[in-house]
Design a binder for this molecule. Sequence first.
Ligand code: NAD
Length: 272
Amino acid sequence: MTEPTPIAIVGAAGRMGTSLLEEAARRPDLRVVAAVVTPEWTGPDHLGPDQVPVFRSIPDLDEAAPRVVIDFTSPAAAIQVARFCAGTHRALVSGTTGLDDADLQELRRCAASAPTVWASNFSVGVNLLEALVEQATAAFGPEAEVEIFEAHHRHKVDAPSGTALTLGHAVARARGTSLESIARFTRQGHAGPRDPAEVGFQVLRGGDIVGEHSVWFCAHGERLELSHRATDRGIFARGALRAARWAASASPGFYSMRDVLSGPSTPAPASS
Ligand code: NAD
């Protein structure tokens, strides 16, 4: 039997970190060797069903020798993790959202030294939704006006969600333009008539909603609604663990969840 792949989880005490520790404990092919929390952590020294040792800083991770680092934290921490992975040639799977263009550029720069999978949503369903949105946008052409709706729990800090923006990028890609030039984030007061080219974003926050996304294609005489509802955070954790297994044998590069779902990774050359 092959040895399980050693992985580290950064943000281990958070909502996603907790779910990752639970899901990883069910997989014989992965072994969590480090649970990384902030230096201010005053909780226990071991976390999750497998009682994984707690580390209070990212550089200390080196000691645990993970092959893949999984990050679900904040933009500042995600960049720190990406630099650590690039410097130590460890694979990275990051699901942190709220990254700006400069952050994403830095993630891509680091990916030249370490295989990096970044996805604003690790669920299989949402990645299928992205492909369907691209297909529907191309099929409707200028006939349909597109609106994107998302809803999340009260603790979420960024808006619109990274997934809503990813879906917006899919619309822009199908139209051969950039999301920046067509996104409409607010409508208030005398907002004027709708520009047929714009893509509107609607955001709802409340309670414990795990994540809901709908894309409406509003044409004359018909409307297509493509929707995804997450009811259990475990779907993101399971997707991220699947990505970790994939990234463990991938060559350096910047990858999406769609790469992971499309089949086995191209292994790094034996000399690297
Ligand atoms: P959370 O606030 O519950 O957890 C984040 C954790 O990261 C916290 O415990 C925080 O203390 C920790 N953290 C911050 N900086 C750190 C550092 N330098 N070192 C170690 N730990 C650090 O948030 P969450 O709901 O778990 O979400 C985390 C991120 O993941 C958010 O950006 C969220 O939008 C994103 N998310 C992505 C997906 C996806 O599929 N891509 C799914 C859910 C959430």
